[in-house]
Write a protein that binds this ligand. Structure first.
Ligand SMILES: [Mn+2]
Length: 287
């Protein structure tokens, strides 16, 4: 775990890879000041933006783009100019970028999903995660119907979201929706994690790195590393990969004394009594 850290006394921290998601630039909740401080402290060989960095849906309704949003974009572009490789995997809130896979802007590469090879040789599937919304919402039914229905549900979800986008229909927010259904929120998070881990197993990788549900965690679930980068609208979290291939969850909000908002979504330990999530500490990965 990281120790409480004062940005003013900080030396730049170099990491191999930095993963952040769900910044929601363009929404009033985006904590750009915290993110800027964080980006000032951390230098990475590669930065992977794991979706919902820009909240296109919010901006479509009413334009809100204060200086802080510009500063974050400028900071990222500057890092790209100075040699950081930056990969942008669009989410559902910035899905306008999904029409441009493989393109570059200002040195930032847009990719649909990637396999990240860690320094220790482990392979991680990296995606935003919204493609599993339909599966999560209908988990019980799909489990009953089996593999074919599962694959079809994901295909339909991808298709529907493309249609929704063409029709200019509003985005669908997992975290907002889960919070509305407080009693079931725990189950939804558990289902999401299960579905994403299953996808990693199918892809024959060692782990998966995603965002979308605004619930940061590093855990090992049934032999697959499940890594969620969290968000920068409430908790201010990021995941870094160190040069030995170990992953660390940075809880920047906590470290900066950010008043935690009343959390309606309980911690994952409470929701998966079957297989207790194991925190992958840097030391244990090297053993
Ligand atoms: Mn999302």
């Amino acid at each position: 775990m990281s120790e409480p850290f004062d940005i003013r006394s900080g030396e730049t921290r170099h990491v191999r890879t930095l993963f952040i998601s769900d910044v929601h630039l363009g929404s009033k909740a985006a904590k750009t000041d915290f993110l800027l401080d964080f980006l000032r402290l951390y230098e990475a060989d590669t930065i992977v933006l794991v979706g919902d960095i820009v909240d296109g849906w919010r901006l479509k309704r009413s334009w809100y783009w204060p200086q802080g949003c510009n500063d974050v974009v400028q900071k990222l572009l500057r890092k790209a100019r100075k040699g950081t490789r930056i990969i942008y995997i669009p989410g559902n809130h910035d899905e306008f970028l999904r029409d441009f896979p493989g393109t570059h802007f200002g040195g930032i590469e847009v990719k649909d999903r990637i396999i990240h090879e860690a320094a220790d040789g482990k392979r991680y599937l990296v995606l935003h995660g919204d493609e599993f919304d339909v599966v999560v919402r209908n988990a019980r039914l799909l489990a009953y119907l089996g593999d074919w229905a599962y694959d079809t549900a994901i295909a339909i979800n991808v298709l529907l979201s493309a249609v929704r986008r063409r029709l200019g229909m509003p985005y669908w927010s997992f975290s907002a929706w889960a919070k509305l259904q407080v009693k079931h929120a725990v189950n939804f998070i558990g289902e999401f994690q299960k579905v994403v881990v299953e996808e990693a197993r199918r892809a024959e990788v060692d782990g998966v790195i995603c965002g979308h549900i605004h619930h940061a965690v590093i855990a090992n679930m049934d032999g697959i590393d499940y890594i969620n980068t969290g968000d920068w609208v409430e908790s201010c979290t990021a995941v870094v990969e160190h040069y030995d291939g170990a992953f660390e969850l940075i809880e920047w909000g906590d470290m900066q004394g950010l008043e935690p908002e009343p959390k309606m979504l309980p911690k994952p330990a409470a929701i998966r009594p079957v297989s207790e999530p194991v925190v992958i500490a840097a030391e244990s990965r090297m053993a």
